[in-house]
Design a protein around this ligand. Structure first.
Ligand code: CP
Length: 319
Protein backbone atom coordinates (compact mmCIF):
# COMPACT_ATOMS: atom_id res chain seq x y z
CA UNK A 1 0.00 0.00 0.00
CA UNK A 2 1.43 3.45 -0.93
CA UNK A 3 1.54 6.14 1.75
CA UNK A 4 1.15 9.12 -0.59
CA UNK A 5 -0.64 12.16 0.89
CA UNK A 6 -4.40 12.27 0.32
CA UNK A 7 -5.53 15.39 2.16
CA UNK A 8 -4.18 18.88 1.55
CA UNK A 9 -5.05 20.03 5.08
CA UNK A 10 -4.20 18.71 8.54
CA UNK A 11 -7.83 18.55 9.69
CA UNK A 12 -11.09 17.04 8.44
CA UNK A 13 -13.72 19.64 9.26
CA UNK A 14 -16.23 19.13 6.47
CA UNK A 15 -16.84 17.96 2.93
CA UNK A 16 -17.45 21.47 1.59
CA UNK A 17 -13.78 22.24 1.04
CA UNK A 18 -12.61 18.78 -0.07
CA UNK A 19 -11.76 18.21 -3.72
CA UNK A 20 -13.06 15.31 -5.80
CA UNK A 21 -9.50 13.89 -5.76
CA UNK A 22 -9.37 14.02 -1.95
CA UNK A 23 -12.78 12.34 -1.63
CA UNK A 24 -11.84 9.67 -4.16
CA UNK A 25 -8.49 9.11 -2.43
CA UNK A 26 -10.23 8.54 0.92
CA UNK A 27 -12.77 6.16 -0.65
CA UNK A 28 -10.01 4.19 -2.38
CA UNK A 29 -8.03 3.88 0.84
CA UNK A 30 -11.16 2.88 2.77
CA UNK A 31 -11.74 0.02 0.28
CA UNK A 32 -8.51 -1.55 1.49
CA UNK A 33 -9.60 -1.18 5.12
CA UNK A 34 -13.02 -2.68 4.32
CA UNK A 35 -11.14 -5.80 3.17
CA UNK A 36 -8.87 -5.79 6.24
CA UNK A 37 -11.89 -5.46 8.55
CA UNK A 38 -13.30 -8.74 7.21
CA UNK A 39 -10.02 -10.58 7.86
CA UNK A 40 -9.29 -12.48 11.04
CA UNK A 41 -6.35 -10.20 11.89
CA UNK A 42 -7.77 -6.69 11.57
CA UNK A 43 -4.71 -4.82 12.84
CA UNK A 44 -1.99 -2.78 11.16
CA UNK A 45 0.60 -0.46 12.67
CA UNK A 46 0.21 2.66 10.52
CA UNK A 47 -0.73 4.68 13.63
CA UNK A 48 1.75 2.96 15.96
CA UNK A 49 2.93 5.44 18.59
CA UNK A 50 0.15 7.91 17.75
CA UNK A 51 -2.51 9.01 20.25
CA UNK A 52 -6.16 9.57 19.36
CA UNK A 53 -8.62 11.27 21.70
CA UNK A 54 -12.38 11.05 21.18
CA UNK A 55 -14.19 14.01 22.72
CA UNK A 56 -17.95 13.65 22.27
CA UNK A 57 -20.18 16.34 23.80
CA UNK A 58 -23.24 14.70 22.22
CA UNK A 59 -24.36 11.09 22.42
CA UNK A 60 -23.13 8.66 19.81
CA UNK A 61 -23.16 4.93 19.20
CA UNK A 62 -21.86 4.53 15.65
CA UNK A 63 -19.38 7.39 15.24
CA UNK A 64 -17.60 7.17 18.58
CA UNK A 65 -17.30 3.38 18.62
CA UNK A 66 -16.11 3.24 15.01
CA UNK A 67 -13.45 5.93 15.58
CA UNK A 68 -12.31 3.95 18.62
CA UNK A 69 -12.14 0.70 16.66
CA UNK A 70 -10.51 2.47 13.72
CA UNK A 71 -7.76 3.92 15.91
CA UNK A 72 -7.12 0.63 17.68
CA UNK A 73 -7.05 -1.39 14.45
CA UNK A 74 -4.46 1.07 13.11
CA UNK A 75 -2.30 0.59 16.22
CA UNK A 76 -2.91 3.95 17.94
CA UNK A 77 -3.47 4.55 21.65
CA UNK A 78 -7.11 5.62 21.91
CA UNK A 79 -8.69 7.54 24.77
CA UNK A 80 -12.43 8.23 24.97
CA UNK A 81 -13.01 11.29 27.10
CA UNK A 82 -16.14 10.92 29.17
CA UNK A 83 -17.70 14.37 28.90
CA UNK A 84 -20.37 13.60 31.52
CA UNK A 85 -17.79 12.83 34.23
CA UNK A 86 -15.26 15.44 33.07
CA UNK A 87 -14.77 18.96 34.41
CA UNK A 88 -17.22 20.16 31.74
CA UNK A 89 -19.83 19.39 34.43
CA UNK A 90 -18.06 22.01 36.63
CA UNK A 91 -18.38 24.62 33.92
CA UNK A 92 -15.08 24.17 32.05
CA UNK A 93 -15.46 25.54 28.53
CA UNK A 94 -15.01 23.70 25.24
CA UNK A 95 -11.77 25.59 24.52
CA UNK A 96 -10.31 25.02 27.99
CA UNK A 97 -11.25 21.34 27.84
CA UNK A 98 -9.70 20.92 24.42
CA UNK A 99 -6.51 22.86 25.22
CA UNK A 100 -6.09 20.76 28.37
CA UNK A 101 -6.30 17.56 26.34
CA UNK A 102 -4.07 19.09 23.67
CA UNK A 103 -1.36 19.61 26.32
CA UNK A 104 -1.23 15.82 26.69
CA UNK A 105 0.09 15.80 23.11
CA UNK A 106 -2.49 13.76 21.21
CA UNK A 107 -1.93 13.51 17.47
CA UNK A 108 -5.60 13.50 16.50
CA UNK A 109 -8.65 14.86 18.34
CA UNK A 110 -12.08 13.67 17.17
CA UNK A 111 -14.79 16.03 18.34
CA UNK A 112 -18.58 15.99 18.29
CA UNK A 113 -20.32 19.09 19.61
CA UNK A 114 -23.80 20.54 19.58
CA UNK A 115 -22.62 23.89 18.16
CA UNK A 116 -22.01 24.42 14.45
CA UNK A 117 -18.40 25.55 13.96
CA UNK A 118 -17.04 23.95 17.15
CA UNK A 119 -14.58 21.70 15.29
CA UNK A 120 -13.30 24.57 13.18
CA UNK A 121 -12.77 26.70 16.29
CA UNK A 122 -10.68 23.94 17.86
CA UNK A 123 -8.68 23.46 14.67
CA UNK A 124 -7.65 27.11 14.89
CA UNK A 125 -6.66 26.88 18.56
CA UNK A 126 -4.97 23.46 18.78
CA UNK A 127 -1.84 22.07 17.16
CA UNK A 128 -3.10 18.49 16.73
CA UNK A 129 -5.25 17.26 13.85
CA UNK A 130 -8.96 17.84 14.43
CA UNK A 131 -11.69 15.64 12.97
CA UNK A 132 -15.28 16.86 12.96
CA UNK A 133 -17.49 13.99 14.13
CA UNK A 134 -20.59 16.17 13.80
CA UNK A 135 -21.04 19.85 14.73
CA UNK A 136 -24.57 21.07 15.35
CA UNK A 137 -26.51 21.11 12.09
CA UNK A 138 -23.39 22.03 10.08
CA UNK A 139 -21.43 18.96 8.86
CA UNK A 140 -20.77 15.29 9.59
CA UNK A 141 -18.07 14.57 7.00
CA UNK A 142 -17.24 10.97 7.87
CA UNK A 143 -20.95 10.06 7.61
CA UNK A 144 -21.10 11.38 4.04
CA UNK A 145 -17.86 9.57 3.18
CA UNK A 146 -19.11 6.26 4.55
CA UNK A 147 -22.40 6.74 2.71
CA UNK A 148 -20.49 7.33 -0.52
CA UNK A 149 -18.34 4.25 0.08
CA UNK A 150 -21.48 2.16 0.66
CA UNK A 151 -23.06 3.42 -2.57
CA UNK A 152 -19.87 2.88 -4.57
CA UNK A 153 -19.40 -0.67 -3.27
CA UNK A 154 -22.89 -1.51 -4.59
CA UNK A 155 -21.55 -0.69 -8.06
CA UNK A 156 -23.47 2.57 -8.41
CA UNK A 157 -21.63 5.34 -10.27
CA UNK A 158 -22.12 8.82 -8.83
CA UNK A 159 -22.42 10.61 -12.18
CA UNK A 160 -26.14 11.08 -12.84
CA UNK A 161 -27.18 9.03 -9.80
CA UNK A 162 -30.50 10.32 -8.41
CA UNK A 163 -30.39 10.51 -4.61
CA UNK A 164 -33.50 11.55 -2.69
CA UNK A 165 -32.62 12.88 0.79
CA UNK A 166 -35.86 12.77 2.74
CA UNK A 167 -37.05 14.20 6.01
CA UNK A 168 -35.58 16.61 8.53
CA UNK A 169 -33.08 18.38 6.28
CA UNK A 170 -33.28 21.58 8.34
CA UNK A 171 -31.55 20.11 11.38
CA UNK A 172 -29.36 17.56 9.58
CA UNK A 173 -25.56 17.81 9.38
CA UNK A 174 -25.69 14.44 7.59
CA UNK A 175 -27.78 16.02 4.83
CA UNK A 176 -25.41 18.99 4.43
CA UNK A 177 -22.31 16.82 4.14
CA UNK A 178 -24.04 14.43 1.76
CA UNK A 179 -25.29 17.28 -0.43
CA UNK A 180 -21.75 18.67 -0.75
CA UNK A 181 -20.27 15.26 -1.52
CA UNK A 182 -22.90 13.97 -3.92
CA UNK A 183 -23.05 17.19 -5.97
CA UNK A 184 -19.23 17.30 -6.22
CA UNK A 185 -19.25 13.70 -7.47
CA UNK A 186 -21.86 14.44 -10.17
CA UNK A 187 -25.01 13.02 -8.58
CA UNK A 188 -28.45 14.67 -8.78
CA UNK A 189 -29.75 15.41 -5.30
CA UNK A 190 -33.39 15.88 -4.36
CA UNK A 191 -34.52 17.16 -0.98
CA UNK A 192 -37.92 15.77 -0.01
CA UNK A 193 -39.50 17.37 3.07
CA UNK A 194 -42.33 19.50 4.36
CA UNK A 195 -41.53 23.22 4.18
CA UNK A 196 -41.05 23.35 7.97
CA UNK A 197 -38.19 20.83 7.75
CA UNK A 198 -36.24 22.54 4.98
CA UNK A 199 -33.67 25.25 5.71
CA UNK A 200 -34.70 28.75 4.63
CA UNK A 201 -31.89 28.81 2.02
CA UNK A 202 -32.54 25.30 0.64
CA UNK A 203 -33.13 26.64 -2.87
CA UNK A 204 -29.47 27.75 -2.98
CA UNK A 205 -28.08 24.25 -2.36
CA UNK A 206 -28.26 23.20 -6.02
CA UNK A 207 -30.78 20.43 -5.27
CA UNK A 208 -34.29 19.78 -6.57
CA UNK A 209 -36.89 20.46 -3.89
CA UNK A 210 -39.99 18.27 -3.42
CA UNK A 211 -42.68 18.42 -0.78
CA UNK A 212 -44.24 15.02 -1.39
CA UNK A 213 -42.72 11.54 -1.45
CA UNK A 214 -44.40 10.51 -4.71
CA UNK A 215 -42.71 13.14 -6.87
CA UNK A 216 -39.54 13.21 -4.75
CA UNK A 217 -38.90 9.49 -5.04
CA UNK A 218 -39.95 9.09 -8.69
CA UNK A 219 -37.03 7.42 -10.49
CA UNK A 220 -34.66 7.75 -7.52
CA UNK A 221 -31.72 5.31 -7.33
CA UNK A 222 -31.03 5.92 -3.65
CA UNK A 223 -33.52 6.90 -0.96
CA UNK A 224 -31.68 8.38 2.01
CA UNK A 225 -33.92 8.82 5.04
CA UNK A 226 -33.10 11.28 7.81
CA UNK A 227 -33.94 11.08 11.49
CA UNK A 228 -36.53 13.51 12.79
CA UNK A 229 -34.22 15.40 15.19
CA UNK A 230 -36.66 16.23 17.94
CA UNK A 231 -33.81 17.25 20.29
CA UNK A 232 -32.84 20.14 17.99
CA UNK A 233 -36.40 21.44 17.58
CA UNK A 234 -37.79 24.26 19.67
CA UNK A 235 -41.52 24.10 19.07
CA UNK A 236 -43.54 21.83 16.80
CA UNK A 237 -42.18 21.36 13.27
CA UNK A 238 -44.65 18.56 12.48
CA UNK A 239 -48.25 18.21 13.72
CA UNK A 240 -47.59 14.70 15.11
CA UNK A 241 -45.14 11.88 14.47
CA UNK A 242 -48.10 9.71 13.39
CA UNK A 243 -49.11 12.22 10.71
CA UNK A 244 -45.44 12.66 9.72
CA UNK A 245 -45.13 8.92 9.12
CA UNK A 246 -48.29 8.94 7.03
CA UNK A 247 -46.94 11.57 4.64
CA UNK A 248 -43.14 11.17 4.87
CA UNK A 249 -42.37 7.85 6.55
CA UNK A 250 -40.75 5.37 4.17
CA UNK A 251 -42.72 2.14 3.80
CA UNK A 252 -42.73 -0.33 0.90
CA UNK A 253 -45.69 1.48 -0.70
CA UNK A 254 -43.77 4.77 -0.94
CA UNK A 255 -40.52 3.01 -1.88
CA UNK A 256 -42.35 1.66 -4.95
CA UNK A 257 -42.34 5.25 -6.34
CA UNK A 258 -38.53 5.00 -6.69
CA UNK A 259 -36.64 3.26 -9.49
CA UNK A 260 -36.93 -0.55 -9.42
CA UNK A 261 -33.90 -1.80 -7.47
CA UNK A 262 -33.60 1.46 -5.51
CA UNK A 263 -31.60 1.17 -2.30
CA UNK A 264 -32.48 2.63 1.08
CA UNK A 265 -30.06 4.34 3.47
CA UNK A 266 -30.36 5.84 6.95
CA UNK A 267 -27.44 7.21 9.00
CA UNK A 268 -28.96 6.00 12.27
CA UNK A 269 -30.14 6.12 14.92
CA UNK A 270 -33.57 5.39 13.44
CA UNK A 271 -36.96 6.39 14.76
CA UNK A 272 -38.83 3.28 13.60
CA UNK A 273 -42.40 4.05 12.65
CA UNK A 274 -41.62 7.78 12.38
CA UNK A 275 -39.33 8.31 9.36
CA UNK A 276 -38.96 4.66 8.38
CA UNK A 277 -41.02 1.50 8.64
CA UNK A 278 -39.25 -1.50 10.18
CA UNK A 279 -40.34 -3.62 7.20
CA UNK A 280 -38.13 -1.43 4.96
CA UNK A 281 -35.29 -0.83 7.43
CA UNK A 282 -34.84 -4.57 8.02
CA UNK A 283 -35.37 -5.69 4.41
CA UNK A 284 -31.91 -6.86 3.35
CA UNK A 285 -32.96 -6.75 -0.32
CA UNK A 286 -33.19 -2.94 -0.22
CA UNK A 287 -31.69 -1.65 3.03
CA UNK A 288 -28.00 -0.65 3.20
CA UNK A 289 -28.20 0.42 6.84
CA UNK A 290 -25.98 -2.31 8.30
CA UNK A 291 -23.47 -1.90 5.46
CA UNK A 292 -23.30 1.81 6.26
CA UNK A 293 -22.30 0.93 9.82
CA UNK A 294 -19.66 -1.53 8.59
CA UNK A 295 -18.21 1.03 6.16
CA UNK A 296 -18.08 3.56 9.01
CA UNK A 297 -15.08 1.78 10.51
CA UNK A 298 -13.28 1.53 7.14
CA UNK A 299 -13.82 5.22 6.34
CA UNK A 300 -12.64 6.33 9.77
CA UNK A 301 -9.51 4.19 9.39
CA UNK A 302 -8.89 5.88 6.03
CA UNK A 303 -9.37 9.36 7.52
CA UNK A 304 -7.02 8.64 10.45
CA UNK A 305 -4.44 7.12 8.12
CA UNK A 306 -4.65 10.13 5.79
CA UNK A 307 -4.20 12.58 8.67
CA UNK A 308 -1.27 10.58 10.05
CA UNK A 309 0.41 10.78 6.63
CA UNK A 310 0.19 14.57 6.91
CA UNK A 311 1.77 14.45 10.39
CA UNK A 312 4.60 12.23 9.17
CA UNK A 313 5.38 14.65 6.34
CA UNK A 314 5.86 17.75 8.44
CA UNK A 315 3.19 18.06 11.15
CA UNK A 316 4.11 18.92 14.74
CA UNK A 317 4.78 15.28 15.59
CA UNK A 318 6.89 14.52 12.56
CA UNK A 319 9.71 12.11 13.38
N1 CP B 1 -24.92 8.40 12.28
C1 CP B 1 -24.41 8.77 13.47
O1 CP B 1 -23.70 9.78 13.58
O2 CP B 1 -24.74 7.96 14.50
P1 CP B 1 -24.29 8.17 16.01
O3 CP B 1 -25.01 9.42 16.52
O4 CP B 1 -24.73 6.92 16.74
O5 CP B 1 -22.81 8.36 16.05
Amino acid sequence: MTSAPILSTSHLLGIEHLSVAEITGLLDLAETYAVLNRAQNKKTDVLKGRTLINMFFESSTRTQSSFELAGKRLGADVMNMSVKTSSVSKGETLIDTATTLNAMRPDILVVRHQDSGAAELLARKLDCCVVNAGDGSHEHPTQALLDALTIRRRGRAFEGLIVAICGDVAHSRVARSNIHLLLKMGARVRLVAPRTLLPADADRFGCEIHHDMKSGLAGADIVMMLRLQLERMSGAFVPSTREYFHFYGLDHKKLAYAKPGALVMHPGPMNRGVEIDSAVADDIEVSLIQEQVEMGVAIRMAVLDALARGLASGGRNAP
